[in-house]
Design a protein around this ligand. Structure first.
Ligand code: C2E
Ligand code: CA
Ligand code: CA
Length: 694
């Protein structure tokens, strides 16, 4: 476009000159000659440059705007000038913070240059590009559909949609999003989605969707309407969020909260719920519901003896047995430790419950092999019936527990139905436990000693320490009652240590007085036996009291020695190496195995009182007693009979070669001063005279 510095707007007025046209346009316009000197600037150009034309005209534009040198514009304008062809380019001016679209037209005198401010357009384009880029890059699948009038058909999906669903854009476009639900069209949240769409509202739903390969994913879908300038909804944008992992995690968390990690059974928490539901269902149909409380017998022995791993295997085993015995709709829960609770709901005949209980007891008493060891645990089961024995969850659990204790008292490996009077004995036990804790501190415990003598000469060979509890109000409490409680609560460890120390002190005292009495026997409980510190603690006690180790005998029961043979062997060997004597108490009542008798460093077997009771009148017991005596001798072990009350028993034992006896015939357990007198006055010799003459 030709221009002429003479035809400035100030000079020519009236007619619409080309210059005037140039003045009126909103773009900046300049003309330069071939030496790049300004020959014309319109008003807009002057405004943008911030200078009047007279200060610019005739001056080289590159001198005035040196920052323009070396830019794209510089190159393109020179191109236009030298090659004589128009150019167009887009340029950003840092100085004016403006995007220009520049058009330059060459002519004989130089160049005419238009600068169009396109800042807004560029910004809009950039924004759009940014949105597009974001849409492409987002991890969430985005789907854009038409509005209702066009059936919500898909018009756009982003790459994440393709990645998550497996469907390509080509697969999806034109379809309704419904195709992601497959056959699974009865989802509660679909109604919510439909309501949102028809109300043209924004909202969020979670749907089960299916990928192209058919696999399920949980889609947390956020939909929002897109409105046009008139406010009409033309499209919907859906953001699909694949929350399958989160969902799975949540489910796992829920499972974790409600289930026992080891066995996978319902835990206490879920049990409460299930029982509540079972009671509700049973009540509505006027049926009964059985709550069974199951506790494994002697589980602690397995755990302590064979290690926790074996204990875990055993518990899992029990769990799977229980599941097979109950109906699928019933609940088996692990209540804690070795306790399980079973719910049989909607029972119309109590013989069904008896059947289940009998099956459980018999199935669990079958020995299992764990880590190459044959292990038998049995179970004690207590049963409470809704609504007979209680109507609430708490009451039924409590009463089933009481019935379970009763089953234990009846000798374990059995079941008991709840009866009202049971609860009294439970709370009594509870009270006793807390009283026992105080008994230790308050010195209510003491030891009695029961003499042991040779069968042939009735000469004193030792005495057994037997614990006594004298409660200020309750009087004397039998160790048969409180020792199991002490085992349960762990109190047996300090109590056992006190027994050892007291017995050793007493025995060492007698020896210091010059009395010969043989050995002092002390009973060990299972918990004590498996204490890692046992040997050390005994060593300390022997050191402190000065009692020679061969004067101490430890009584261990057979059941304590079952289980981890290696561990038992190492404990016994350690004690034996210290010089201590070892006796097997209550022999004949446990899991007799000749194998362990041969391997373990044992000195003596103690024939259980139950065999001696009916000797010699019972042929059967006489045979067993004789067998035990000869077994012991064959293995090179000594043998002592406990509970010898009569002369006839003594004679029988002496004749059959039993080495030693203990029992009321010789003496009842004596307190310290009576025992001292027994030793010093050699009272057993009184008896000795008689049998020799006999
Ligand atoms: P045990 O070790 O079998 O003790 C023998 C039990 O038989 C004692 O009962 C004793 O008094 C009783 N007895 C002794 N001779 C006769 C008799 O001729 N006829 C009858 N009918 N009974 C006789 P006790 O003292 O009541 O002890 C019961 C159980 O308590 C003991 O059985 C033992 O297992 C446990 N015990 C006692 N003291 C301790 C202790 O210090 N530590 C541990 N861990 N347990 C102990
Ligand atoms: Ca004993
Ligand atoms: Ca015994």
């Amino acid at each position: 476009m030709p221009s002429d510095s003479e035809t400035g707007p100030d000079r020519i007025a009236g007619t619409l000159q080309p210059g005037q046209i140039l003045e009126s346009i909103s773009d900046a316009f300049v003309a330069v000659d071939r030496e790049w000197r300004f020959t014309y600037l319109n008003a807009k150009a002057q405004q943008v440059f911030g200078m009047k034309a007279r200060r610019l005209l005739g001056r080289c534009c590159w001198d005035l705007f040196p920052e323009g040198v070396r830019t794209q514009g510089y190159r393109r304008l020179h191109e236009a000038m030298s090659e004589g062809k128009p150019v167009r380019y887009l340029e950003y001016s840092l100085r004016f913070a403006i995007w220009y679209e520049v058009d330059a037209y060459p002519h004989a005198d130089g160049l005419s240059i238009y600068f169009r401010d396109v800042t807004e357009r560029v910004a809009a384009e950039q924004k759009l590009r940014l949105h597009e880029r974001a849409l492409e890059a987002t991890v969430n699948a985005v789907v854009i559909t038409t509005g209702r009038r066009h059936q919500y058909s898909i018009v756009h999906v982003n790459p994440a949609f393709e990645r998550i669903t497996g469907y390509t854009a080509a697969d999806a476009i034109g379809k309704n999003c419904r195709f992601l639900q497959g056959e699974d069209t009865r989802q509660p949240e679909l109604a919510i989605l439909r309501a949102l769409l028809s109300a043209q509202q924004e909202g969020r739903v979670t749907l089960r969707n299916y990928r192209k390969d058919g696999s399920l994913f949980y889609n947390e879908l956020h939909v929002s309407p897109v409105r046009n300038a008139k406010g009409h909804v033309t499209h919907f944008v859906g953001v699909l969020n694949d929350i399958t992992e989160t969902r799975r995690y949540q489910e796992e968390l829920e499972h974790h909260v409600n289930h026992d990690a080891l066995t996978g059974l319902a835990n206490r928490h879920l049990l409460q719920d299930r029982l509540q539901q079972a009671l509700f269902r049973s009540g509505r149909r006027e049926l009964q519901c059985a709550v069974m409380f199951l506790d494994l017998d002697h589980f602690k022995l397995v755990n302590d003896g064979l290690g926790h791993h074996a204990g875990d295997v055993l518990l899992k085993n029990v769990a799977s047995e229980l599941i097979t015995i109950l109906r699928p709709e019933d609940t088996v829960a692990r209540f804690g430790g070795d306790e399980f609770v079973l719910i049989a709901s909607e029972v119309d005949d109590l013989t069904d419950v008896t059947d289940i209980a009998e099956r459980i007891v018999s199935r669990l008493s079958v020995p299992v092999i764990i880590e190459n060891q044959e292990i038998s645990v049995s179970a004690s089961l207590g049963i409470a019936i809704f609504p007979l024995d209680g109507e609430s969850v708490e009451e039924l659990l409590k009463n089933a527990d009481a019935a379970m204790y009763h089953a234990k008292e009846r000798g374990r490996n059995t079941y008991s139905f709840y009866r009202k009077e049971m609860n009294n004995s439970i709370s009594e036990q509870f009270q006793l436990k807390s009283k026992l804790a105080k008994a230790v501190e308050q010195g209510e415990l003491l030891l009695h000693y029961q003499p042991q003598a040779a069968s042939s000469s009735v000469a004193l060979v030792g005495f057994e320490a037997l614990i006594r509890w004298e409660h200020p109000d309750l009087g004397r409490i039998s160790p048969d009652r409180f020792i199991p409680l002490a085992e349960d609560s762990g109190l047996i460890v300090p109590i056992g240590e006190w027994v050892l120390l007291t017995a050793c002190q007493f025995a060492a005292g007698l020896r210091n007085e010059g009395e010969e009495f043989g050995r002092v026997a002390v009973n060990l409980s299972a918990r004590q036996f498996y204490q890692a510190t046992l040997a050390k603690s005994i060593e300390r006690i022997l050191d402190r009291t000065g009692l020679p180790p061969q004067c101490l005998e430890l009584e261990i029961t057979e059941s304590m020695m079952m289980g981890n043979t290696e561990r038992v062997l190492s404990i016994l060997s350690e004690l034996k190496e210290m010089g201590i004597q070892l006796a097997v108490d209550d022999f004949g009542t446990g899991y007799s195995s000749l194998g362990y008798l041969r391997r373990f460093p044992i000195d003596r077997l103690k024939i259980d009182r139950s065999f001696i009771d009916d000797v010699p009148s019972s042929q059967h017991d006489a045979t067993i007693t004789r067998a035990i005596i000869s077994l012991a001798h064959n293995l090179g072990l000594g043998v002592i009979a406990e509970g010898v009350e009569t002369r006839a028993q003594l004679d029988f034992l002496a004749q059959n070669g039993c080495d030693e006896i203990q029992g009321y015939l010789l003496s009842k357990p004596l307190d310290e001063s009576d025992m001292r007198e027994f030793v010093t006055s050699n009272l057993s010799s009184v008896l000795a005279v008689a049998p020799l003459r006999h």
